[in-house]
Design a protein around this ligand. Sequence first.
Ligand code: FAD
Length: 482
Amino acid sequence: MSSRTVSRRALLQGALVAVAFNPVSRSWASTLEAGAVPLPPLDGELLMDTASRTASAEDFGHILHRTPWAVLVPGSVEDIVAMVRFARRQGMKIAAARGLGESHSTFGQSQVPAGIVIDMSTLSTLHEVGDDSAWVDAGVRWHELLQASLPRGKSPPVLTDYIELSVGGTLSAGGIGGQAFRWGLQVDNVLEMDVVTGRGELVRCSRSRERPLFDAVRSGLGQFGIIVRARVRLVEVPPRARTYIALYDDLHRFMEDQRRLIEDGRFDYVEGSVVASNGGRAYQLEVVKYFTPGSEPHDARLLAGLGFQPGTLQVSDGSYFDFANRLAPLVELLKQLGVWGFPHPWLDMFVPARSAESFVQEVLSQTTEADMGQGPILLYPFRASELTAPFLRTPNDRHVFLFSLLRTAIPPTPENVASLVGKNRAIFDRLTAIGGKIYPVDAVPLSPADWRRHFHPAWERFEHAKRRYDPDRVLTPGQGIF
Ligand SMILES: Cc1cc2nc3c(=O)[nH]c(=O)nc-3n(C[C@H](O)[C@H](O)[C@H](O)COP(=O)(O)OP(=O)(O)OC[C@H]3O[C@@H](n4cnc5c(N)ncnc54)[C@H](O)[C@@H]3O)c2cc1C
């Protein structure tokens, strides 16, 4: 018996066994009392015990905690169809989340104060892993998919830095990593999806079938449907990866070199970050070349013309899987130290290349080490020409920089968290003024008016899709868009 089964059983202990919902008192009923509406029959379970509901009020941000009325642990896709229909009829909200307390949102995006959270982690079957694509449940983590595809020498072309995220969760957001300059985001590499819309209809969509739904759901922030399955692209990858890390003291040169590398494509992965160095800051280039043993990369040719500081270059080889899974040891350590459970008021931004240098400099000059709590600052570019999802909003420029302040609140006090969230909002206002966009997975309080500006000029299309696929606005209220 798995530990998952044991813990689920433990959660169920003391659970209320409801058979109906009373629409007048807006509460669950344990008998079919007068006026109560029976719950649909389910293959899985609808959990109403305090432990399950409290777990669903938690996410990686540890900032907002909104407790749902129940948690659906679906036993099938039909359960999701049935509960979305039920929620719609009863005027309840409903949203998908990675798992009980395992959501990687940072500001309650998957929480539901008056309704139902769907724990997608039980829908985690890899239905088919082929040569060019894999057909998987939305609750599958990228890590699991990679483990199944690598024996065939295949990988999703773009992976997030951390691969414990769910396929459904990242396809709802975007899914960016150091391969994005070549392949676009994960949403640009999904081929087909099964989606339960806010009307409670199960629809298969792709570029050639139900295209408006396909386009709405990719980076749709859970507003139009629950993704239940996805066919994601696989590409051939060599088994080894050589990583080059080097420091720059000049931001201008660092960003110029990064832009050159994403244009000439000499590496397979291009990222970068801002790091502490000699009491100040330096800019760290991180680039990777995949290879097959026997045809090792030619280091001098690959590094030719780059302006990093002599003596700072570090080169290391490892398997492709260890490279993709490189954050696992660090995450394990942070968990052991208890820091993983601290609040994370993250801020992820898409900055147009034309103003990126001055904007980054301005933000860094106002951001102290204490503001970061030793969390990383990411800075790397990708090419707008590779983007295909209309609701992934990025600045209008040929090159766009991801600039992320991945803060940990130390001390983890409400005052410190409030102060850091306030700083995020102030930076967001500056970002908007220069034509930047946020990557909306982070901790920035946004009003419906902010969201309209965020989606402009696609707001009307976004609203139209909402009317079409979720007319009663039952889906994913935690984003705060409607
Ligand atoms: C440690 C860490 C590292 C990260 N690294 C990266 C990175 O490198 N690149 C990157 O792009 N992002 C990264 N992220 C952000 C991540 O992509 C988002 O948090 C994303 O939402 C995935 O998280 P999740 O799978 O836990 O989904 P959740 O947090 O559970 O859900 C996120 C949102 O999507 C909705 N949702 C979830 N599943 C579905 C579904 N099946 N159908 C419809 N809507 C759904 C939820 O309701 C919620 O609104 C990182 C986050 C963390 C915490």
